[in-house]
Design a protein around this ligand. Structure first.
Ligand code: FMN
Ligand code: ADP
Length: 308
């Protein structure tokens, strides 16, 4: 997959483009992505167009954690067979582009769009004035085909990034799994911790999520970790480790069962399946260790009962 980022200077040919924020790459997003990948089989170049800053952040100044950071989205899309991912700089200049100007200058001139695939509520351009009616109206003039998908539902509720974020904040990982069509996950590099894990007899991989990543509540989760394409069951703690001296930044720490390799420096993906309990400050390391052993039993039981 080609990744175009940090520049507005590119030229593509004969593309089938899908447009949006695509935070979470949830089941609704996947329909659009499958469509353009299917079109790639007919000779088009499949392209996903996103802006590199979350547009709602820029206008409201409100912190919005992302279900997937840009790096994570890229990592997931690498596996999908998409030809090109564009992360287009969202600046004052791009934000002030009129909708028709965006169609002409970006979709047509830079991307040579022949097919445009969007969701029914897609809005774009200055003041979000562009919509599917405008795309339809201009399709003949600019010679592209427009394909629009309705939003899909799960349990009578429209699937959307906002409601998935709410479920993540509540720690409802099973619901999130259902809505995303895959477990929620965190991707990062294995860093060095304090090396206490090994002395406890419970080694852990440590990673620090990116600043803009939306995390579920601090606590302990049944998890699977993907390393070099292989998946390992385990248990993950998210938090500051108050018992051993509170880290300044929130960490994601995983003990994998049946695993005994050095993985420092590797990029791993930690998938969270179920929340067991919140993070606690224990009075002693022995109490912490006893609880971690119970956590391991919890996660092993979970995978035995629900997964296999
Ligand atoms: C399953 C699991 C549960 C944990 N629960 C807590 C907890 O409730 N409170 C806490 O302070 N630390 C908790 N930790 C973090 C431990 O303090 C940490 O793994 C240990 O100190 C080793 O740290 P190190 O990797 O930096 O060497 C947990 C870790 C794991 C793997
Ligand atoms: N079962 C396992 N689960 C997690 N990490 C493991 C496991 N077995 C070996 N390791 C390795 O050991 C390291 C963790 O040891 P630990 O003493 O907890 O050190 P740290 O404080 O650096 O996390 C991991 O980064 C990984 O390379």
């Amino acid at each position: 997959m080609k990744f175009i980022s940090g520049t507005t200077d590119f030229k593509l040919h004969n593309s089938a483009v899908t447009l949006g924020k695509f935070d979470g790459l949830h089941k609704g997003h996947q329909i659009l992505i499958h469509k353009i990948i299917e079109l790639a089989g007919k000779g088009y170049q499949s392209v996903m167009f996103t802006f590199s800053y979350h547009p709602s952040n820029l206008f409201t100044n409100k912190e919005i954690g992302l279900i997937y950071t840009e790096m994570e989205k890229r990592h997931q899309l690498e596996k999908s067979g998409l030809d090109v991912m564009i992360s287009y700089p969202f600046t004052k200049e791009t934000a002030s582009m009129e909708a028709e100007q965006f169609i002409k200058e970006v979709l047509i001139d830079k991307m040579d769009a022949k097919v445009i695939v969007v969701g029914s509520d897609y809005h774009f351009g200055y003041e979000r004035k562009g919509n599917i009616e405008l795309l339809e109206k201009l399709s003949e003039q600019y010679n592209y085909e427009l394909i629009v998908f309705d939003k899909i539902e799960s349990h009578n509720q429209v699937i959307g990034s906002t409601s998935i974020r709410e479920e993540i904040k509540k720690g409802n990982m099973e619901t999130v799994h259902e809505l995303l069509g895959r477990p929620y996950s965190i991707i990062g590099e294995v860093l060095h911790g304090r090396k206490l894990g090994r002395t406890l007899g419970i080694p852990t991989t440590n990673l620090i999520p990116e600043e803009d990543k939306l995390l579920p509540p601090n606590g302990v989760y049944a998890s699977k970790t993907i390393i070099d394409g292989k998946s390992y069951e385990g248990v993950t703690n998210i938090g500051y480790k108050p018992t051993v001296g509170a880290d300044p930044r929130v960490g994601v720490e995983t003990h994998m069962f049946d695993f005994n390799e050095d993985v420092y420096g590797k990029i791993i993906e930690v998938e969270l399946y179920r929340l067991e309990r919140g993070e606690t400050k224990f009075q002693s390391i022995d109490e912490l260790k006893a609880q971690m052993e119970k956590d391991i039993v919890f996660a092993k039981d979970y995978f035995r009962d629900y997964q296999n």
